[in-house]
Design a protein around this ligand. Structure first.
Ligand SMILES: [Zn+2]
Length: 93
């Protein structure tokens, strides 16, 4: 009996994981990167994006799991790889 319940729980968890990504996430077009002048896209959780987009949460509160690199790209469009190039240039000069 106990095992039956356990299997059911696992099955439910798997079903949640199998929800198509496009129903839970949105792809945002980021601003033009000030360093390479190219735009980009970033895929975020739809609920989190809604909170951020309607102004009810700051970016760090709306996307607590987002890496600082992705956050920077979302806000300013600056690519992480472009930041690296910038820092290397400054160190050399
Ligand atoms: Zn760039």
């Amino acid at each position: 009996m106990e095992k039956f319940f356990h299997d059911e729980v696992v099955k439910c968890a798997n079903n949640l994981l199998n929800v198509p990504m496009n129903e839970m996430s949105v792809t945002i077009i980021t601003p033009e990167c000030p360093l390479c002048f190219e735009g980009g896209t970033i895929t975020v959780n739809a609920d989190q994006w809604q909170k951020y987009a309607n102004g009810s949460a700051l970016v760090q509160d709306a996307f607590p799991d987002m890496t600082p690199d992705d956050r920077e790209m979302l806000i300013s469009g600056t690519h992480a790889s472009c930041w690296e190039v910038l820092w290397i240039d400054e160190e050399e000069s």
